[in-house]
Design a protein around this ligand. Structure first.
Ligand code: ADP
Ligand code: MG
Length: 360
């Protein structure tokens, strides 16, 4: 009696899964927990039905992300965030066809929370899981449906700039990408955040520098630019250069930072953007490509966006700028990346584990 029952259950489950995979509309739950944002999103095909993000304020007082605190906060946030994402999307939990989650790169403890949650939930719902590379997610955010925005065509080059990464990516297809340039030390977002810290600003300092720079003179101070071969970047020297500059000026005027904060921010921001664009322009021209995108948290920077538009006009590039909500970490981009894996029947096994270092 036991064997036929197991067989019937197996046939029912198999048929359910087959019918789901064969239907036209695909509903995916995306989960992102690689750093300090817990996010869940529901997408139907390429349309976003919900994208809920719980940011972790706790790190502000420490001047940077504290990994142990981040994992604990993810544990507290993940269930309510996923619950709200499903409710906001106005779907039922049984409508979800697959769960896509960030398996890396990122902070291991943070990644484990999202990965374990996705695996357990998918097991309970008897649906497949999809492992997504966080960096693919940032690039593929450009394929989210948006009536005001044209999607890129392949091949294109994407400058992916965040708190953890700085990459020039040659994007050949949805899941076929090659990193042709990367940072050999700090990331561009780190350069913003560490500079902000030297100025006494809170974490994350990137958005604060952006804001103050808007009323500053970007040509007031100049900082040294790194000399790195190929399309690679380096930002650690800039931090030392800024520190020495501030110490020198503070000796002459103890209130130097307070009196010149807008000009200092504008000058630092211009230096970081100049460094980014020098290599980006070289890479685009040498690869004979005329479509260029930016992605990642730093692509929320207003001056970086403006520079892409002006360089694009000058050089006849077709340019792609993500919406603000899809620049910094979010689960919609993970769900979209998951969709392209889904279309290739590329599902992960329950034995998969998170990986803090994961290549594109
Ligand atoms: P992660 O690095 O964890 O993947 P994000 O992709 O969300 O996270 O990027 C966060 C980084 O983006 C931080 O370093 C932050 O300072 C930076 N950032 C966010 N907004 C801006 C902005 N307007 N200008 C400059 N940097 C910014
Ligand atoms: Mg990111």
């Amino acid at each position: 009696m036991v064997f036929p029952t197991i067989l019937i259950i197996f046939v029912i489950q198999f048929t359910q899964r087959y019918l789901k995979l064969a239907k036209k509309d695909i509903i995916i739950l995306g989960i992102e927990s690689s750093c300090d944002d817990t996010s869940a999103s529901i997408i139907k095909n390429e349309a976003i039905y919900s994208n809920v993000i719980a940011s972790q304020k706790i790190h502000e007082e420490y001047g940077g992300v504290v990994p142990e605190l981040a994992s604990r906060a993810h544990q507290q946030n993940i269930l309510p965030v996923v619950d709200v994402a499903i409710k906001k999307a106005n779907i039922s939990i049984s409508d979800i066809d697959a769960i896509a989650f960030t398996s890396g790169p990122g902070l291991l403890g943070s990644l484990i929370v999202g990965t374990s949650f996705a695996k357990a939930m998918a097991l309970g719902l008897n649906i497949p899981i999809i492992s997504v590379n966080h960096m693919h997610g940032h690039v593929l955010a450009h394929f989210i449906d948006d009536k005001d925005k044209e999607k890129p065509t392949f091949p294109f080059i994407c400058l992916t700039v965040s708190g953890g990464h700085t990459q020039i990516v040659l994007v050949k297809d949805y899941l076929e990408m090659e990193v042709i340039g990367t940072t050999i030390d700090d990331a561009a977002g780190e350069a913003f955040d560490k500079s902000a810290k030297l100025l006494g600003l809170s974490y994350p300092g990137g958005p604060l520098i952006d804001k103050m720079a808007q009323s500053g003179n970007p040509n007031k101070y100049s900082f040294t630019k790194p000399k790195v071969t190929g399309y690679d970047y380096s930002f650690s020297g800039l931090k030392t250069n800024i520190l020495q500059f501030l110490n020198r000026e503070k000796k002459k005027d103890p209130d130097f930072i307070k009196n010149n904060i807008n000009d200092i921010c504008a000058s630092i921001q211009k230096t970081i953007i100049d460094i980014l664009f020098d290599k980006l322009i070289e890479a685009v021209e040498e690869h004979n490509i005329n479509e260029v995108a930016i992605a990642g948290g730093v692509s929320a920077n207003s001056e970086l966006r403006a520079r892409l538009v002006s360089e694009g006009k000058k050089r006849e590039w077709k340019t792609h700028i993500p919406k603000f909500e899809y620049s910094t970490d979010n689960a919609a981009m993970i769900a979209i990346a998951g969709r392209y894996h889904f279309l290739k029947n590329d599902f992960a096994k329950q034995s998969i584990s998170a990986s803090s270092r994961l290549n594109i």
